[in-house]
Design a protein around this ligand. Structure first.
Ligand code: ADP
Length: 445
C-alpha cells in the first residue's frame, strides 16, 4: 500500500533509535550503527540493481504491449517506487496505443480516399502518400520515400507552383504516370512549411470542358459562312432599296442590323475560344503599348463620332511590354469601347498607362452610367449584363469582358473594377513587373 514520505522518515528514525538501543545493550553503539547502516546500504543496492534490470533488460519487455512486465517484488519505499513507475508505464502505453489506433484510422481513411494525398517536408521530400497517389502518380513506396516531389512530378509548372507558397488557385496537370489522366493539385501549408498535397482526378470535367470549347468553336465556324452569304445579299438588296415599299425598307434595315450583331457575336465567340486555348508561352513578344493605345484611341474617337466624347490618353510608363499584341488589342479595345458605349455624349474617358513597384497598369476611367456594385463580381461571365435593358442601345455581344478576363489570365494579369451607379466606372488591368521592360523608349504624355 502506498504511504506518504513522512512515514518512511519515521521508520528510518525508529530503526536508528533501535540500533542505538541495541548498541547500548551490547556496549558498542558505533559498531551496531555501522553494521545496521551497512545492511541498509546493501539492501538499497540490491533494490537499485533490481530496478536497473527491470528497466533495461529486454527480457522484461512485454513485446505485444510495448510496455514493461510486472515490476520486481519489494516493499517499503522501493516497493512504492516500482509500483509508481509501473503505473506510469501502463498509462503511457494506453495513451500510445490510443494514438497509434488514431493514426492507423487516419491513414486507413486517407488510403480509402479517391483523391491522391501526399505529405512532404518544407524542402519537398516525400514523407507519406496514400494508395491513390501510388495509382495516379506512380510513386513507389520503397524507392520514392524521401525523394523531392518535383523529381517525380517533373513538369516545371509544378515546381514553380510548389515553391511559390501561394496556393489560392489550384494547378491542373497531366499525371506523369498516366498522361491521359488530368489531375487538379491543391497544396496546403502546415507545421513548419510542410505541405499537404491533394490531387483530384478531373479527367471527365476536363474532357467535357474541352468538348464544350470545341463545340462552340465548331458551331461558330459553321455559322459564319451562311451568315456571310445572308449579309452579302442583304447588303445588295439594301443598295437597291429605293424602289421598295417603306415596310420592306424597314425590314431590310432591321435584318441588316441583326445580321451585323450575329456576325459580331460569332467573331467574339471565336476570339474567346482562341484565347481560352492559346498557349500562354505565345504571349512573349515585345510590344509598344503607347502605339497600341494611340491606335485604339483613334478607333474610340471614330466610335464616339458625333457624340463628342472627350477621350484622353496619358502614358507614364517608360519602356515596353512583354505580351501578345493581338490579344492585348482585343482586351484594351473592349474596355475602352465599353467606356465610350456606356458614357453619354460629351462625357470623359481617361486612359492611363503607368508603372510602379508592383508592376504595370492600365486604367480606363469614364464619367458614364456606372455599375451597381452587386454586378461587379459577375461582369466577366459570358453574356452577363449589368443592365440588360441598356444592351439593346449599345449592341454589345456580352462577351467583351469575358475576352478581357482570358487575355489578362494569359498575361498573368488581374482586372479590378471600381464603379457605382451614376458616378462612372474605372476598369484597371494590373500586370506583374516581369512583363515590363524599362527604358527602351521614352514616356509620352
Ligand atoms: P457588352 O457587350 O454587353 O458590353 P461586356 O462583357 O463588354 O458586354 O460588358 C458586360 C457588362 O458590363 C455590360 O453589359 C455592361 O452592363 C457592363 N459594363 C462594362 N463596361 C462598362 C462601363 N464602362 N460602364 C458601365 N457599364 C459597363
Amino acid at each position: 500500500m502506498k504511504k506518504n514520505w513522512q512515514s518512511y522518515i519515521h521508520r528510518i528514525f525508529f530503526a536508528l533509535v533501535a540500533l542505538i538501543i541495541i548498541g547500548l545493550l551490547v556496549g558498542s553503539v558505533s559498531w551496531v550503527l555501522v553494521f545496521g547502516l551497512g545492511a541498509y546500504l546493501a539492501w538499497t543496492l540490491v533494490q537499485a540493481i533490481k530496478l536497473h534490470q527491470w528497466l533495461y533488460s529486454p527480457s522484461s519487455e512485454n513485446a505485444e504491449q510495448g510496455s514493461k512486465s510486472t515490476p520486481p517484488e519489494s516493499h517499503g519505499l522501493w516497493g512504492d517506487l516500482f509500483d509508481g513507475i509501473h503505473s506510469l508505464q501502463k498509462g503511457h502505453t494506453v495513451a500510445q496505443n490510443r494514438l497509434r489506433t488514431m493514426i492507423n484510422r487516419v491513414q486507413e481513411s486517407a488510403n480509402a480516399l479517391n483523391d491522391a494525398v501526399i505529405m512532404t517536408d518544407a524542402r519537398g521530400a516525400m514523407e507519406w502518400w496514400n494508395k491513390s497517389a501510388t495509382n495516379y502518380l506512380g510513386f513507389i513506396q520503397r524507392s520514392d520515400h524521401g525523394q523531392p516531389i518535383y523529381n517525380l512530378i517533373r513538369t516545371p509548372a509544378f515546381k514553380t507552383y510548389f515553391e511559390q507558397k501561394e496556393y489560392d488557385e489550384p494547378i491542373e496537370l497531366s499525371s506523369p504516370a498516366k498522361p491521359h489522366i488530368v489531375l487538379r493539385f491543391r497544396i496546403t501549408l502546415f507545421g513548419e512549411d510542410d505541405r499537404l498535397i491533394i490531387a483530384q482526378d478531373i479527367t471527365r470535367i476536363h474532357n467535357l470542358e474541352q468538348m464544350r470549347k470545341d463545340f462552340v468553336s465548331n458551331v461558330s465556324h459553321e455559322l459564319r459562312t451562311p451568315l456571310t452569304v445572308i449579309s452579302g445579299y442583304l447588303e445588295t438588296l439594301s443598295g437597291n432599296s429605293d424602289s421598295l415599299p417603306p415596310i420592306w425598307k424597314r425590314a431590310l434595315n432591321t435584318m441588316s442590323q441583326q445580321a451585323g450583331r450575329m456576325e459580331q457575336l460569332i467573331s467574339d465567340l471565336l476570339l474567346l475560344a482562341k484565347f481560352e486555348t492559346v498557349d500562354q508561352s505565345q504571349a512573349q513578344q515585345e510590344t509598344s503599348i503607347h502605339h497600341l493605345l494611340e491606335s485604339i484611341r483613334s478607333d474610340a474617337l471614330a466610335l464616339s463620332g458625333d457624340q463628342g466624347h472627350n477621350i484622353k490618353l496619358k502614358n507614364s510608363a517608360d519602356g515596353s511590354f512583354i505580351g501578345d499584341e493581338s490579344q492585348l488589342r482585343s482586351a484594351f479595345s473592349n474596355i475602352i469601347f465599353n467606356a465610350v458605349k456606356y458614357t453619354p455624349s460629351e462625357g470623359d474617358v481617361d486612359i492611363h498607362w503607368w508603372s510602379d513597384d508592383e508592376g504595370v497598369h492600365l486604367s480606363v476611367k469614364d464619367s458614364g452610367v456606372g455599375i451597381d456594385p452587386i454586378h461587379i463580381p459577375r461582369l466577366t461571365e459570358r453574356f452577363y449584363r449589368a443592365d440588360p435593358s441598356r444592351h439593346k442601345d449599345t449592341g454589345g455581344s456580352g462577351l467583351g469582358l469575358a475576352i478581357v478576363k482570358h487575355v489578362l489570365r494569359n498575361h498573368d494579369g488581374e482586372l479590378e473594377v471600381k464603379s457605382s451607379q451614376g458616378l462612372g466606372s474605372e476598369f484597371i488591368c494590373h500586370f506583374p513587373k516581369t512583363r515590363h521592360i524599362e527604358n527602351t523608349g521614352s514616356p509620352h504624355a
